[in-house]
Ligand binder design. Structure first.
Ligand SMILES: [Zn+2]
Length: 483
């Protein structure tokens, strides 16, 4: 009893403390989140992902929104993930600082922060790899590789199913099937690590729209694809269908950062003998296409885009992977506006609800053609509606033809102009008419058929129950499937 009282007392002392810029260890990390929650109980919720790290450390998330714990239609969901490589630690501390800042500014009636939290559901995962952090820290934090992987020495940013290979193959074959590709995975290159599985379940279960993962070792905002199409190891631009939008997302972070986009700052690795490693990304606006830098398979960024509706970029936050403690507060000031500007990008483009006379239509497909220029250009990456029939389609300024389709309904089309500066997505709702036969009978939804039936057919979204079954069967498989 005395023990518990003592623990409670220490806990109370800790939670009543002001946020301090330091390297928070794996026991202190949840206490910081708890402190924020105590200060802002109505707009925050703390939860852990479905499974802990190899060393049994929970992967804690803090959520900010009005009505935490619930998805609400028209409210986009955003996430930041820090410390996926255990020895790249700045993102971890920036996310703890951001959590404290969002709460404090909300309490201080900062109109920008109040509007952001009112309109958005924000999830912060400060550490995806607490075991790697512990290992790296035990070795002094300055080794370039120690602690990069998880406790099985697996690089978590190479451990996701390689959906790029699938989308590139479909592209080559002219098959117009370009989203929610997890069910097309037939084999995994390696078993999934617990941290990977936990994050996969997370990103498949919440309808995220926008995301960024934080790394260190360079200073640049990196966008899809990370994997080259030819197999080239480096220097091959690998454009996704949403290249314009991804460039704008990455530029938003880079230009709002203190000097990520500065052409005159020094590059990283200036002592390296490798000239390409010392390149200053500021000369190209502080952004890079992933494969144009170097190609990687099994990354989290491309997995988000190809398995879900989420758009994720990768932030390299500085030359030092493990900055000194006394550098952290200055890094916060250098990143703060960029962190906030990026969260607002969940509100670009269009959003809306697809319904029919009977209610919301889940798994409806939103397809886009860019009609800004003289030649219409389809964006071959559809997004789908969630439980409330709601969709979010990030787009750059321009004119678009938007088609909503759903099995058993006539598709509907509308034209929309996305303006230059947006603090709210344009709302574009669709009410679809069910297909009726001449005798008045309703079209009956066909059973699920594995797509594609033949080349050129419109993509089809899968029955959610089956989709989840496939996801779970992949997640449950601990063994590497045989060729
Ligand atoms: Zn990294």
């Amino acid at each position: 009893m005395v023990f518990y009282r003592c623990v409670y007392f220490i806990f109370f002392l800790t939670v009543s403390a002001k946020f301090v810029w330091k390297h928070h260890n794996n026991d202190e990390l949840p206490l910081v989140l708890e402190e924020v929650h105590e200060k802002c109980p109505n707009i925050t919720r703390i939860y852990a992902l479905s499974e802990p790290s190899v060393q049994n450390v929970p992967l804690y998330v803090i959520e900010f929104t009005e009505m935490p714990g619930f998805h609400q239609p028209y409210k986009p969901e955003v996430k930041y993930i820090g410390n996926i490589h255990g020895n790249e630690v700045l993102g971890r501390e920036l996310l703890l600082g951001l959590a404290d800042y969002l709460c404090e500014q909300y309490l201080n009636n900062d109109p920008n922060i109040r509007a952001l939290i009112h309109k958005t559901r924000i999830h912060l995962l400060p550490s995806m790899n607490p075991d790697g952090w512990q290992l790296s820290t035990s070795f002094g934090g300055q080794d370039y590789l120690i602690g990069r992987g998880n406790n099985h020495s697996v690089d978590l940013n190479r451990n996701f199913p390689d959906l790029d290979a699938i989308t590139f193959e479909y592209e080559r074959l002219g098959i117009n099937h370009n989203n929610h590709l997890l069910k097309d995975v037939t084999r995994l290159a390696a078993p999934l690590e617990p941290e990977t599985r936990a994050v996969m379940r997370w990103i498949m279960s919440i309808p995220f729209v926008l995301s960024a993962a934080m790394h260190g070792g360079d200073l640049v905002a990196n966008y899809p694809y990370d994997e080259s199409k030819s197999g080239a190891l480096a220097s091959e631009y690998s454009a996704s269908p949403d290249d314009d939008t991804f460039r704008e997302l990455a530029m938003t972070y880079a230009t709002a950062h203190a000097d990520m986009a500065s052409a005159s700052r020094p590059g990283c690795h200036i002592n390296s003998h490798d000239d390409t490693a010392s390149y200053n990304f500021g000369k190209q606006g502080g952004v890079t296409n992933g494969a144009a830098w170097y190609s990687l398979k099994g990354g989290m960024q491309d997995f988000n885009y190809l398995a879900t509706n989420a758009f994720e970029i990768t932030l390299e936050l500085g030359c030092k992977k493990y900055p000194l403690e006394n550098e952290l507060e200055n890094e916060w000031h250098r990143n703060r506006e960029a962190l906030l500007a990026y969260l607002w990008k969940a509100h670009i483009g269009i959003k809306g609800i697809v319904s029919d006379d009977t209610g919301f239509l889940e798994n409806a497909i939103i397809s886009i053609v860019n009609i800004t220029g003289p030649n219409p250009k389809p964006i071959r990456h559809d997004v789908t509606t969630g439980t409330y029939g709601d969709y979010y389609r990030l787009l750059t300024p321009g004119r678009y033809e938007v088609t909503a389709s759903h099995v058993g309904h006539y598709p509907a089309q509308r034209i929309v102009t996305v303006p230059q500066r947006q603090s709210a997505a344009r709302i574009l709702n669709f009410k679809l008419e069910p297909i009726r036969y001449a005798d008045g009978a309703l079209f009956f939804d066909p059973p699920f058929v594995r797509y594609p039936h033949f080349i050129g057919e419109q993509p089809r979204i899968y029955k959610r129950s089956l989709y989840e079954k496939v996801t779970n069967s992949i997640l449950e498989s601990k063994e590497t499937p045989k060729e």
